[in-house]
Design a protein around this ligand. Structure first.
Ligand code: C2G
Length: 153
């Protein structure tokens, strides 16, 4: 039984997350995901839209994921690797080199998976904001048109 471990915030779950989890799962027989708690997100300088409970629920519902655990500190990775007898630690290559030490500390393999281009939680937030702005402009335009009609009465 080869166990794979990864970590992340996984806010506004998108195709980049799914592709990462699918490839991570394909490295072994079971995949454990450390989902960042809201408090740890604050340490990472992130404010997620969905709560930890909802993000953990969504990640846990993904067919590639076998277990979700809370990620509440930078330091817990080695303990998690030992606790769950992890064979491979993996994460997106935006973190390349940052977790090589885990191999020396625990003997597990460390691999970085290519990040999916052109999609991020930030992009999703921007797209939603753009839709809201367009809607707002459209409503303000309609109000202005109505005001002109009333003025002409
Ligand atoms: N990811 C990806 N492609 C994207 C976006 C994200 O492959 N377009 C990967 C990231 O590289 C990461 C995982 O999906 O491996 C989760 O990404 P985030 O939710 O942004 O998590 P992050 O902030 O990278 O947290 O201790 C490690 C941290 O908790 C990682």
């Amino acid at each position: 039984m080869k166990t794979v471990l990864t970590y992340g915030t996984f806010d506004l779950f998108h195709a980049g997350h799914i592709r990462l989890l699918k490839r991570a799962r394909s490295l072994g027989d079971r995949l454990i995901v450390g989902c960042s708690t809201d408090e740890f997100n604050a340490l990472k300088g992130k404010q997620s839209v969905f709560s930890y409970e909802d993000r953990a629920l969504i990640v846990g519902a993904c067919k590639f994921v076998d277990l979700v655990i809370p990620e509440s500190s930078w330091q817990q990775k080695s303990d998690d690797i030992r606790k769950y007898d992890v064979d491979i630690f993996t994460i997106g290559d935006d973190w390349i080199g940052k977790f090589d030490h885990l191999s020396e500390e625990t003997g597990c393999a460390v691999t970085y998976l290519t990040r999916t281009p052109d999609i991020s939680t930030t992009d999703v937030k921007s797209a939603i904001q753009q839709l809201c702005d367009e809607k707002k402009r459209s409503i303000l335009g309609a109000v202005d048109h109505l005001r002109q009609c009333v003025d002409r009465l």
